[in-house]
Design a protein around this ligand. Structure first.
Ligand SMILES: Cc1ncc(C[n+]2csc(CCOP(=O)(O)OP(=O)(O)O)c2C)c(N)n1
Ligand SMILES: [Mg+2]
Length: 433
């Protein structure tokens, strides 16, 4: 043992050995799941503070759960957004369409039409309802599980499928991983596979919007696992320092591929509580309650628009299916989690609410689901005419080097020549493919 400097206060021999805590999820495959430790407050029990209030008045909200839809399928409390039945049916329709889209694209991947897909099953409200609460030209910086935003904003579905198939109709020319959409016309920022990069970008965009004296706000979506990235914390700092007109949505679906939320800090506190350290307004919301999702996002949007500051929202939800088509969750979590999950299914809960208020019935729901599935099927067929994975109908190989630089730099010219030479050897005469 190295000698201690003289006068050292602690002698050392009796000191306990240090150890680390390595988080472990409560349930693994085959385990019986018991979610009784999850506190589910009564719908309508949470107060709704003024949209311009000081974040310090909201401390408790970071640990509670904003809920509107009760066990009785009625809307309760101050957060009830009081939407008219037509709007509620529209919301349900977008959620049903998102689910139908996911089903068919997942199947398409299994049939070899694309290399990759990611579903958002169980999380539809966190994108559809939140998006409905924003203005159509507010700028969104989503992650890869917010296809519901594009569906809600009326982005042509064929463009989504062309991108997923990387075919000749793909506006992104096969340069992005399937599902990493981009649409300037729909104020939908290009999705990046590098987790959390969208968060400082959203804050920066919001700051620019304010500097220009514009009225559009920004909103970003990030997974709970990704909040462990440094980018997220820089985003929070900039947002709070400059009072940026931005909404930071954290989708806590409790899993980051096979890593449970504990690795991002969930054993210690809530994700909404991150807001407190930054002096941000923070809300924790039942992410499977479409009305609560809408109400919280609208509250934050009104706050940002009134120059009253940014908001961090944690949507507490559950990733009902695998992370992506490349994942098999049966290897790391108990199958019972999905069935035991106490916040239910967002589509079913909204449907049951509409039925409870006498504005819907099971027959109409069945018809809606069927029509959604038929619509997706029809558009899929149209997109398939532009090509599917590996059938040669993608953008020509040579275009890979185009569009980035106005003038191609010398080293890329060399790389391009070499790539084309190799391609000619491998596929004689196939240069335009
Ligand atoms: C910077 C970075 N690190 C790691 C990955 C690999 N990766 C892709 S998705 C993912 C899990 C993200 O989980 P979460 O943020 O909770 O979002 P969710 O998939 O649950 O929606 C990981 C680790 C990545 N794409 N980028
Ligand atoms: Mg997650």
């Amino acid at each position: 043992m190295a000698e201690r400097p003289e006068g050292s206060a602690v002698e050392g021999d009796n000191r306990p050995k240090l150890s680390l805590h390595v988080p472990e999820p409560k349930f693994r495959p085959g385990d019986t799941v018991d979610f009784s430790h999850i506190n589910v407050p009564e719908a309508g029990s949470m107060a709704r503070p003024d949209e311009t209030c000081d974040p310090s008045e909201m401390r408790d909200m970071a640990f509670g759960l904003v809920r509107v839809l009760g066990e009785d399928n009625q809307a309760h409390g101050a957060w009830n957004p009081k939407l008219d039945p037509d709007t509620l049916r529209k919301m349900l329709g977008h959620m049903a369409m998102t689910r139908a889209f996911d089903e068919r694209m997942f199947r398409g991947q299994r049939q070899g039409k694309t290399s990759f897909y990611m579903k958002c099953t169980g999380e539809e409200a966190t994108s559809v309802s939140a998006s409905m609460a924003l203005a159509a030209d507010d700028m969104v910086f989503p992650s890869y599980r917010q296809q519901g935003i594009l569906i809600q904003r009326g982005y042509p579905m064929i463009e989504m499928i062309n991108q997923i198939y990387s075919n000749k109709g793909d506006k992104l020319k096969g340069r992005q991983l399937p599902i990493m959409y981009s649409s300037r016309e729909h104020s939908f920022f290009t999705i990046s596979g590098n987790l959390a990069t969208q968060t400082p970008q959203a804050v920066g965009w919001a700051m620019a919007s304010a500097m220009k004296g514009d009225s559009r706000i920004a909103a970003t979506w990030v997974g709970e696992g990704s909040t462990a990235e440094g980018d997220f914390h820089s985003a929070c700092t900039f947002a709070t320092v400059y009072n940026a007109p931005v909404i930071l949505n954290i989708i806590n679906n409790q899993w980051a591929i096979s890593s449970f939320s504990g690795f991002a800090g969930a054993e210690r506190t809530t994700f909404a509580a991150r807001a407190l350290g930054y002096g941000l307004a923070g809300l924790r919301v039942d992410g499977n309650d479409a009305l609560a999702c809408y109400a919280a996002e609208r509250w934050a949007a009104n706050r940002a628009r009134a120059n009253a500051g940014p908001t961090l929202i944690e949507f507490f939800t559950y990733r009902a299916e695998g992370h992506s088509t490349s994942d098999d969750p049966t290897g790391y979590r108990s199958a019972q989690e999905r069935t035991e999950w106490p916040l239910g299914d967002p589509v079913t809960r909204l449907k049951d609410h509409l039925i409870a208020i006498g504005e819907w019935d099971e027959d109409r729901q069945e018809k809606m689901d069927l029509e959604a599935a038929e619509h997706v099927k029809k558009v899929t067929k149209e997109a398939e005419a532009n090509g599917i994975l590996g059938h040669g109908l993608h953008h020509p190989f040579r275009t890979m080097f185009e569009d980035v630089f106005e003038e191609l730099p010398w080293h890329l010219k060399e790389q391009s020549k070499q790539a084309i030479r190799e391609r000619e050897i491998k596929f004689p005469g196939g240069l335009d493919q």
